[in-house]
Ligand binder design. Sequence first.
Ligand code: HEM
Length: 142
Amino acid sequence: MTYFWLKAGHVIFVIFWMAGLFMLPRFFVYHQEDGPPGSEEDARWIEREQRLLKIILLPSMVIVWLLGLSLAFAADTWMQGWFHAKLFFVLLLSGYHGWMAAYAKKLARGERSLEGRKLRLLNEVPGVAAAVIVILAIVKPF
Ligand code: HEM
């Protein structure tokens, strides 16, 4: 029973984490299009991005990791192929999260190193990673 509660919590926070990962690059696109550096709009977007990172993204990622690792201990999945592959993609997703947090800091300093088209393309990363991770966790193909 405890295991199922852990799993429910895990999936709930996965949803919050993914929602944040989908929203942030969208924010970056609107920020760069509508808020020239130093403008009032620029300050408002910086505040929105920092709040999304602090209130949703960071806590969700930490909880997903804690509950995911608890599940791995409880079900002893350490030697299973699907779990190794899942960990690889989850590490990739965590790296993407870190890269986005760094890009938000750059934007706050007035640096805009990527154009909107590239940001929109990067927005596909969490979607593809989530699809692969969910298939690995549910189908367990190997
Ligand atoms: C952060 C590191 C993560 C770890 C260590 C982890 C580990 C685990 C483990 C051990 C299970 C239990 C599998 C079972 O009972 O057969 C599980 C379930 C699940 N995980 Fe994760 N997970 C992580 C992140 C994620 C992410 C990012 C996603 C989705 C994008 C995800 C989606 C799922 C789903 C959908 C299940 C339920 C599978 C089922 O039906 O049993 N997990 N996770």
